[in-house]
Design a protein around this ligand. Structure first.
Ligand code: AQP
Length: 340
């Protein structure tokens, strides 16, 4: 027999990717370039599990009707970016009860001191001084649970989440140190380009869904006219020279956006716009963004009309996510000493 001595190769197990996005408003160009674009490309190489992190959104007070609308719209927007729901899981966090349960357990393995050091907590407390709730403070524990429940290897996020990935690793290492290898220690996956997109109106602050200044933030579903208007109004400086440098936060940000979309290096961009004014550059950046977002907006328009299809997608994913995450939750509970 010809094949007698041949060993049959079992296909290599793919690494697991986990990431989530909050439905706290319309998804932004920052969310897209910092995270969602990687969610899409990573589907080829990894087993991807994605979540709409709606439990996280109530750390800031929400209007219930608006929140329901935001959840469905964000769900459709993420699929429109290119998430293939036949290939990847994309579930709604609040439908999978294991997240809240593990969060209580791991909050007992997280120190007050380490949560106090989180810059996002400090920033959001300053922004919402009238509602500095305990959920805002323990948010990183819930985020750690989101990731650890799925034994994720890699977590594609923007640069603003680096500190939260660090604390996730610390919590997991602490728990594993006490009880053995329960959790995989995940690595953050932060893009080289587009990891931190800043507001177009205040380029010292990151672009955020909840930004009150509508001109500071490009939303994924903005029309081409609105996108062009926002870029034309973007804050720059008085040097009138397209180059990356200190004191040029506005231009640096536009260069980061342009580079992330076109793949051009900063040197190439400086060369291409040598002798041209900021007006030309803003138009070029705006047009690149319009073309990048156009197919996404078109797919979104179709998806949002089919609520039954969207529900079918998340119900199916919710069920699988519950099954996978329950294994980690049970293991954790047994290790701690609960009777199951
Ligand atoms: N400006 C940004 N540049 C690059 N990446 C960004 N991300 C967020 N803003 C930028 C990345 O997008 C993913 C989803 O973020 P999120 O919804 O979970 O929470 P967030 O970071 O708090 O996003 P926003 O837009 O700033 O929301 P609000 O206004 O509600 O606080 C993450 O991977 C994040 O790194």
């Amino acid at each position: 027999m010809e094949n007698e001595n041949k060993t049959i190769e079992t296909p290599k197990k793919k690494e697991i990717v986990f990431s989530a996005i909050q439905p706290s408003g319309t998804i932004t160009l920052g969310n897209y370039l910092g995270a969602l674009r990687n969610w899409v490309t990573m589907q080829e190489e990894y087993d991807c599990i994605y979540s709409l992190a709606d439990l996280h959104t109530i750390t800031v007070r929400q209007n219930p009707a608006q929140m329901r609308k935001n959840i469905i719209e964000a769900y459709a927007s993420v699929i429109a970016c290119g998430i293939d729901i036949e290939k990847s899981l994309f579930f709604i966090q609040s439908h999978v009860h294991t997240h809240a349960e593990l969060s209580w357990i791991l909050s007992c393995y997280t120190q007050f001191g380490e949560l106090s050091r989180m810059t996002q907590f400090k920033d959001k407390s300053a922004k919402h001084a009238d509602n500095i709730n305990a959920g805002l403070f323990t948010y990183p524990v819930l985020m750690a649970c989101d990731i650890l429940l799925y034994q994720a290897d890699k977590v594609p996020v923007g640069a603003d989440q680096k500190q939260h990935i660090e604390i996730t690793r610390n919590i997991a290492e602490r728990f594993n140190g006490l009880y053995g290898n329960v959790f995989k220690i995940p690595d953050g996956f932060i893009p080289k380009n587009g990891a931190r997109i800043m507001s177009l109106q205040d380029p010292t602050r990151k672009m955020s869904k909840s930004d009150e200044n509508v001109n500071g933030c490009v939303h994924m579903l903005d029309t081409p006219e609105v996108i062009m208007k926002k870029f034309k109004r973007a804050i720059t400086d008085s040097e009138a020279c397209v180059r990356y440098g200190e004191g040029k936060d506005g231009i640096n940000n536009l260069m980061a956006i342009y580079s992330a979309i076109t793949g051009l290096s900063y040197e190439q961009i400086e060369h291409d716009f040598d002798g041209k004014g900021y007006g030309d550059f803003k138009t070029a950046v705006g047009e690149a963004v319009v073309e990048e977002l156009r197919p996404i907006r078109e797919r979104y328009e179709k998806l949002i009309k089919d609520k039954a299809y969207l529900e079918e997608c998340y119900r199916k994913a919710d069920e699988i996510a519950l099954k996978i995450s329950s294994r980690t939750l049970s293991k954790t509970m047994k290790k701690v000493g609960f009777i199951l």
